[in-house]
Design a protein around this ligand. Sequence first.
Ligand code: SF4
Length: 140
Amino acid sequence: MLGTFHPKNAEHSKTGEPKMERDSRGSFLHIGPMNKCLISRRTFVETMVLAATTAVASRSAVADEPPKLDVNDPAAVALGYVELASKVDTHKYPTYVQGSNCDNCLQLQGKPGNNYRPCSLFPGKLVAVSGWCSGWTAEM
Ligand code: SF4
């Protein structure tokens, strides 16, 4: 406990001396017995372990997720990848089939429900389910 020293509130050692120390600002730091702590040592340790475990789990979950495919990535540019199928340049890609997109492409992998999923043509990257590229293949 940090505060101003008052003899009435001081803890005393066996010799009767108050157990007080000063911090770097000159304020008194009250060193009391552990049984006066508001939380137990066990609770403190359990809380710290839980916090550390949560931090590691969330960090690894983010680290495990592949990055989204950048439309400027050379492989994406080569296949005319766009994040919105409605933006396909139909003059450049006249074989574009109306209504086709990554979500109904045979190459799309991963679980339905995610807006970005793996694609077998762009390993290690996620594509937008609303996207399209010239590698589009109709699902069977
Ligand atoms: Fe989308 Fe299919 Fe092209 Fe992959 S191959 S980016 S799933 S259209």
